[in-house]
Ligand binder design. Sequence first.
Ligand SMILES: NC(=O)c1ccc[n+]([C@@H]2O[C@H](COP(=O)([O-])OP(=O)(O)OC[C@H]3O[C@@H](n4cnc5c(N)ncnc54)[C@H](OP(=O)(O)O)[C@@H]3O)[C@@H](O)[C@H]2O)c1
Length: 253
Amino acid sequence: MDLIWSTGDDGPSAGLSDDDVRDAYPWPDHASERRWVRAMMVTTLDGAAAGPDGLSGSISSSVDKAVFHAVRRLAGAVLVGAGTVRAEGYGPLRAAEADAEVRAAAGLAPAPVLAIVSGSLELDFTGPLFAESTIRPIVITGAAPDPARAALAHEHCELVTAPEPRPSAASILSILEDRGLRRIVCEGGPTLLESLVADGLLDEADITVSPTFAGTRSTPRTAGLETVAGFELAHVLTAESFLMCRYVRSDVG
Ligand SMILES: NC(=O)c1ccc[n+]([C@@H]2O[C@H](COP(=O)([O-])OP(=O)(O)OC[C@H]3O[C@@H](n4cnc5c(N)ncnc54)[C@H](OP(=O)(O)O)[C@@H]3O)[C@@H](O)[C@H]2O)c1
């Protein structure tokens, strides 16, 4: 993977290793206790968030997945909406031996925690995601969840209710922060991301531009905000005609 443009960089540099890619997506220093929320998404040239099969995998690639996994390596929490978990068939988050030392030095648990936002609690609680993640996943739901679904959820995850009927972005993030989770990568989907952006709580957007067209008629809408949110380009990685772009919110960069 090549870095073709970077803030403060004099020119192109070639051949990034896995650790270089991880380091190209820095988190705030552990000691600063600054919360940092980044979005990790792939989009087609015509703005679709999924291919015709309804999955992001069909617009992704091995290099996009390498960036996706590199960013998880030093994350505290992977935040995701229930729609994405159901559509993409999310698997467990496990500790990686190679990251043990660097995670411990950054004050992180051995693996990132999966945090799922769901109102309905229609999730496969008996599947491997819940049974085999190194750290018990957190499910964030509204103030009055369905009692039967909530009872089932309690058996398999840490179920946390927000004060509102539908968890606000601020409540979601403060529930994570209360658990010491300040490095947050939100892997979508568009509905959850929209609430983070609408409330001004997204610090960074790590966007892969996939060299494909998918058609946007049946993909999730992505234009629900009244005004657009501004970000500045920090770097572009490229491989196999994919662009992996890192944008940081204009007022925090
Ligand atoms: N291109 C990419 O990088 C990328 C990334 C992720 C997903 N996707 C694609 O996006 C599609 C899914 O889109 P989506 O917008 O439905 O995904 P989503 O945001 O992951 O899921 C929406 C669901 O999450 C829950 N949710 C989200 N925000 C909530 C809130 N504030 N309070 C309570 N519940 C909340 C609700 O779950 P309940 O229904 O359980 O109440 C809601 O129905 C799939 O096709 C997936 O493949 C693409």
